[in-house]
Design a protein. Sequence first.
Length: 148
Amino acid sequence: MTGPDISKAEAQVCVCYNTRKAARAITRLYDDMLRPTGLRATQLTVLMVIDAMGDPSITELAEQLVMDRTTLARDLRPMEAAGWVAVTPGEDRRTRIVRLTSAGRVALRDALPRWRAAQAALVDSGIGEGMWTRLRGDLERLVTLAQR
């Protein structure tokens, strides 16, 4: 039995493959830079978005992060156990609000210099601000296209 008829060229141009490969490499860099803080890159991102949104509901946070609510709720559990976030009931029984705790604000503040170093390694010393601005716009368009 032979496999599907896919060429090496098709595999190499796959949008999913290339964006996931880039995401894994970038996440590894951020994780390495953040390791002394005890935060993973994915956790820091969530803390940053919560802080920027100001006490979002799990649904709002999941939409902003382009994540499934169930996956986000599961990912929040260790952050809640670490004392970085608090998940509390909202105005109705179905709504859960995510708040950054004081320990979460400290963790975020302490991690920001290392996050900035990772950013600088990729943007300032790497691809440059202009290319990063264009790439960010292209990524936003990809997200929009994929969500249609």
